[in-house]
Ligand binder design. Structure first.
Ligand SMILES: [Zn+2]
Length: 117
């Protein structure tokens, strides 16, 4: 493991894909919760933070789902926010992007069963 300063920014396919997914989820959240066409300031800020965390993720291409990660690199405030986004946007992701989302999101079992039927 390297320190953040000497680590190259992650740019592998897995990290890039995760960035796309997280961005989509934040967008869904903002659109439906804050009723904005474009990301509002707060969500923009969260999005930038999330992208930065992924770029600096010490596991890079080896990373697991963030929810299962042992490090939890988010500060508590952002962690709370992103959790809320995941919880809110999870079900929408299943509708819009089912294959991408299944691995990442803590979906209630009931819901998981109903979509895989
Ligand atoms: Zn917003």
């Amino acid at each position: 493991m390297r320190t953040e300063a000497e680590q190259q920014l992650n740019d592998g396919p897995k990290i890039r894909k995760e960035k796309v997914i997280v961005s989509k989820m934040i967008r869904i959240y903002c659109k439906k919760k804050h009723h904005k066409k474009e990301l509002c300031g707060e969500c923009q800020n969260l999005n930038e933070y999330a992208m930065k965390r992924l770029s600096h993720c010490k596991f890079g291409e080896e990373k697991t789902a963030c929810a299962k990660c042992s490090i939890h690199c988010y500060t508590p405030v952002y962690r709370q926010k992103i959790k809320e986004v995941m919880r809110f946007s999870g079900p929408w992701m299943l509708l819009y992007h089912p294959l991408e989302s299944i691995r990442h999101i803590p979906i209630p079992d009931k819901l998981r069963k109903s979509i895989s039927r």
